[in-house]
Design a binder for this molecule. Structure first.
Ligand code: ADP
Ligand code: FDM
Length: 212
């Protein structure tokens, strides 16, 4: 029996914008409304590729910049069969970072174009909705210090933010900008409303292919 597919919902945003907090709250809210939902995050550090990425982020290993970009992408592709299966089963996936982080972070490094960075992720399952949690650096700073992982510096995060702004100009992706400076419940209300709004369309249209 053909059942209605789940929606693919992605949260993106700068460090400490509240992505993880909000992914958890959205999954809980959807389940309470009788919609099966699960959270995923990228990188998924549990796989063999994810462990290479994790060691790189923790600065326990060094990897050449193109190589690590392709590993982040491979980490998404290796999860695609699982994602498709869950979506087909009617499970909505709420994803903490996706290809947009992949492109924003690598293209913030010298010598990387957006185009080059997007290529490996072309054709991934296309999110029905991508919410960008917008927060200025001063407010992010109030939520705690940067951690010790690679990329966690204000200069790099500023460059990443600029790349996200570029990516958000692409109207082929259903972007919504969320004011992440509100309190946790306020942000959640906005995210829940946008998410519930995409369900009908997601259930009646096949899953798309990203950047194709
Ligand atoms: P991210 O996954 O984007 O890095 P987190 O969800 O881990 O962000 O949140 C970072 C920190 O900020 C946590 O300590 C969290 O409790 C806090 N936080 C999250 N959302 C808010 C909010 N709307 N207002 C104030 N603090 C928040
Ligand atoms: N990151 C994340 C990338 O550089 N490329 C990617 O494709 C993805 C998904 O890895 F600095 C970066 C973004 C962030 C780090 O940190 C992952 P969290 O705390 O696990 O989200």
């Amino acid at each position: 029996m053909a059942s209605k597919r789940g929606a693919l919902i992605v949260l993106e945003g700068v460090d400490r914008a509240g992505k993880t907090t909000q992914c958890n709250k959205l999954v809980q809210a959807l389940i309470e409304r009788g919609r099966p939902a699960e959270m995923m995050r990228f990188p998924d550090r549990s796989t063999t590729i994810g462990q290479l990425i994790s060691a790189y982020l923790q600065k326990k290993s060094d990897l050449e910049d193109h190589t690590v970009h392709l590993l982040f992408s491979a980490n998404r592709w290796e999860l695609v069969p699982v994602m498709k299966k869950k979506l087909e089963q009617g499970i909505t996936l709420v994803v903490d970072r996706y290809a947009f982080s992949g492109v924003a972070f690598t293209s913030a490094k010298p010598g990387f174009s957006l185009d080059w960075c997007m290529k490996p992720d072309e054709g991934l399952p296309k999110p029905d909705l991508v919410m960008f949690l917008q927060l200025n650096p001063a407010e992010a700073a109030l939520r705690g210090q940067f951690g010790t992982e690679r990329y966690e510096t204000s200069a790099f995060q500023k460059a990443v933010h600029e790349r996200f702004e570029q990516l958000m100009k692409d109207s082929s992706v259903n972007w919504k900008v969320i004011d992440a400076s509100q309190n946790i419940e306020g942000v959640h209300n906005d995210i829940r409303t946008h998410s519930l709004n995409v369900f009908n369309e997601a259930q009646n249209t096949p899953l798309g292919e990203l950047w194709r």
